[in-house]
Design a protein around this ligand. Structure first.
Ligand code: ATP
Ligand code: MG
Length: 284
């Protein structure tokens, strides 16, 4: 049976469990122990600190894991595959320096002390750029290191940048882009592989559906051609005649970010009774 390891608490826990729910895998972790079992899919879920997830999968204790790409890159365990990017938990690891520093480029870091919890990713970056800096490994609050006099700069996770500003720092180099990923080892085969394929099929559909809406409206016959240009659909928009002469109902799937721009254009060409509906899933 497949065994998936997820973060036991923290930023990725809830979204990992949500993703399982989204793809129709029910896990009752209300009376959570070390391992939970799905009631309707052959999979077990194991809970761990995110630092340990790459090794747990690499060692084969679990065949699958959900973890930040940053942890995969930092821990670099043997035999791990990144199977799929999951579209949540987005962040970056950046170099930041005191706000008042006169930063001119990466060579600024020559001879400087940089505090981080990601020494391996940082070392790779420094080597690639021929920079000779001292790496100070800190596991706790890296962002206070410059004020505490432990380091001249930091290399840490940034999502909105608020923590940096609050600590009098500025982001100067975005080094590594991360998001949550599904990882696996190379022992998955046979029935487990079939179950994994089924999961991947459902994940694709969940990711694709996430930022889409269903749009329907009434369109006068003379505007149909223009409307079809505004609304490129999965294949092409659905058009059905209304009982009122010269009017049609038009349906299409639209990216959420493009909805209002399209609605404005459709109204301009005469669309009426526009409905915007949520989509549960799109199966491609
Ligand atoms: P654990 O107790 O499991 O070791 P943690 O404190 O190391 O937890 P979290 O802060 O819960 O880790 O973050 C988990 C992951 O969430 C990070 O490794 C990263 O991939 C992702 N993430 C997304 N946004 C952020 C952010 N703003 N700060 C930190 N991590 C973020
Ligand atoms: Mg951790």
């Amino acid at each position: 049976m497949l065994r998936l390891v997820v973060q036991s608490k923290g930023r990725l826990y809830e979204q990992s469990m949500n993703m399982l729910k989204e793809i129709g895998i029910d896990i009752d972790d209300s009376k959570r122990k070390f391992i939970s079992c799905a009631s309707n899919f052959p999979i077990e879920v194991l809970y761990m600190r995110d630092d340990d997830i790459p090794q747990i999968v690499s060692a084969g204790t679990a065949s699958l894991g959900i973890v930040g790409l940053n942890e995969v890159e930092e821990r670099g365990a043997e035999g791990l595959k990144v199977i799929k990017k999951l579209g949540f938990g987005g962040c970056r690891i950046s170099l930041a320096v005191p706000k008042s520093a006169d930063y001119t480029g990466p060579q600024y870091f020559n001879g400087k002390r940089i505090a981080t919890s990601y020494p391996r990713i940082l070392k790779n970056y420094l080597d690639r750029n021929g920079i000779d800096a001292k790496i100070e490994v800190i596991t706790g609050s890296v962002e206070v290191a410059p004020a505490a006099g432990i380091a001249d700069a930091i290399f840490d996770i940034v999502s909105s940048g608020g923590t940096l500003i609050a600590n009098g720092l500025k982001e100067v180099e975005k080094v590594f882009q991360s998001e949550a990923v599904l990882i696996g080892n190379d022992t998955i085969q046979g029935e487990d592989q079939e179950q994994l394929d089924e999961m991947l099929f459902r994940i694709d559909s969940a990711i694709y559906s996430k930022d889409k809406k269903y749009l329907l409206m009434n369109i006068p016959a003379n505007a149909l051609e223009k409307a079809a240009k505004i609304l490129p659909s999965l294949r092409s928009p659905t058009i059905m005649p209304l009982s009122a002469d010269g009017w049609y109902s038009m349906h299409s799937v639209v990216k959420t970010s493009e909805i209002w721009e399209k609605v404005r254009k459709l109204k301009q060409i005469g669309a009426e009774g526009i409905l915007i509906l949520n989509i549960d899933k799109i199966v491609l």
